[in-house]
Design a binder for this molecule. Structure first.
Ligand SMILES: Nc1nc2c(ncn2[C@@H]2O[C@H](COP(=O)(O)OP(=O)(O)OP(=O)(O)O)[C@@H](O)[C@H]2O)c(=O)[nH]1
Ligand SMILES: [Mg+2]
Length: 361
């Protein structure tokens, strides 16, 4: 993820990081490289300007330059500001306790809405123990309903559909009733995409919104399209209000532009990141952790969460006992390897470890 940006930022900062003393010129020079790295990663020009100005201002102050380890202080300032432009402390969905929470999914054609509906459903079910329904309101593409029925079932969600002949607004309203009747915790509404942000799409979204009163409207944007993704989000923000963004296709050669610009340009936070075609390739977006990953500091918090999920406590206790009694055999070793594999590709795990960037592997 963002390998090129990550490498260039680290290279730009490696000089200041290793210095014992820093002058204002050193900081200015490093910021020039940081600026180029960000522009090359397709980060919005205004965002880059605001970012480098903020870093320069904070890093040129006496408390940084005269600190015992000024280089590390500068890196810390860059880390803080990166976290800040991506949304600071991060945000979650709004849930209505004891009632049905409705999530409306919007976005352009092919941005990854239907996939995101299923991934979010799985995430809410597995991580939060929620029962989830998905409404099939894309009636324009013949295969759209079938696609949702399949991925929805894989995600363990009930899919509410009426084929492709019914009116999407009516389906949405009916699905809310069905989800309530079946005591679901969450209903996710999948909608149709358009090639461009057009009046028809906005009108349909507005109608669905009026009838279903969603607690969360999420916009799915394709991270691979960089600046375009940000422009789409800006266009949506201007006409249809939304609460947060799901950034999809972060696994491809997305350069980072969308992730770093969306919040600053639209004012809306990124809630989730979609990082592959499979259902589990989906995670909460934490700006602080993302900043750490980009700066090659690893992401110990996510690593620990993954480990906790992949490991079985009883097995761990059993293992400890075996090791103490010297009964650890090949079967146990195989079991260990399987547990590690459950955490995902080794490459991804190693990247979360501080000091190990993908390039070194
Ligand atoms: N690599 C990768 N592919 C993704 C991701 N999310 C979605 N895709 C793929 O992108 C394509 C489009 O995804 P959909 O979920 O169908 O997109 P959509 O927005 O529902 O598309 P329409 O219904 O046509 O508007 C599919 O081939 C997905 O498998 C992702 O995070 N990574
Ligand atoms: Mg779709």
């Amino acid at each position: 993820m963002f390998d090129s940006l990550s490498d260039r930022l680290q290279a730009a900062l490696s000089d200041v990081r290793s210095r014992g003393a820093l002058t204002e010129e050193d900081v200015t020079k490093a910021m020039r490289q940081v600026r180029l790295a960000l522009l090359e990663a397709d980060v919005n020009f205004q965002v880059v300007k605001a970012f480098t100005n903020a870093v320069k201002e904070r890093a040129s102050g006496a408390e940084v330059l005269e600190a015992l380890n000024p280089g590390q202080q500068v890196v810390k300032v860059v880390q803080d500001e990166l976290t800040e432009i991506m949304g600071g402390s991060g945000r979650d969905l709004t849930f209505v306790p004891g009632k049905l929470t409705v999530v409306l999914m919007a976005g352009l054609q092919g941005s990854g809405k239907t996939t995101a509906c299923a991934k979010l459903a799985r995430h809410l079910r597995e991580e939060h123990g929620k029962s989830v329904g998905i409404a099939a309101c894309d009636v324009y593409r013949p295969a759209a309903v079938d696609q949702l029925v399949k991925v929805g079932a894989d995600a363990g969600a009930s899919v509410y559909q009426q084929g492709t002949d019914a009116d999407p607004v009516a389906i949405a309203e009916w699905a809310v009733g069905e989800a309530k009747r079946e005591n679901k915790d969450v209903l996710i509404i999948d909608t149709s995409g358009r090639l461009h942000v057009d009046a028809e799409l906005m009108e349909e979204l507005a109608k669905i919104r009026k009838r279903t009163k969603p607690h969360n409207v999420l916009l799915v944007v394709d991270a691979m399209t960089g600046q375009d993704a940000v422009n789409v989000a800006e266009a949506f923000a201007g006409t249809a209000n939304f609460d947060g963004v799901i950034l999809s296709k972060l696994d491809g050669d997305a350069r980072g532009g969308a992730a770093l610009s969306v919040k600053a340009v639209t004012g809306k936070p990124i809630l989730y990141a979609s990082t592959g075609e499979k259902l589990p390739d989906f995670e909460r977006f934490h700006p602080d952790r993302m900043a750490q990953r980009i700066l090659g500091m690893g992401d110990v918090a996510t690593l620990a969460e993954k480990a906790q999920k992949g490991f079985d406590e009883d097995k761990a206790a059993d293992l400890e006992r075996k090791i103490r009694k010297q009964e650890f055999g090949f079967d146990d070793f195989l079991d260990q390897l399987k547990q590690v594999r459950r955490m995902g590709p080794l490459q991804n795990i190693l990247k979360m470890m501080p000091g190990l960037s993908g390039q070194q592997l």
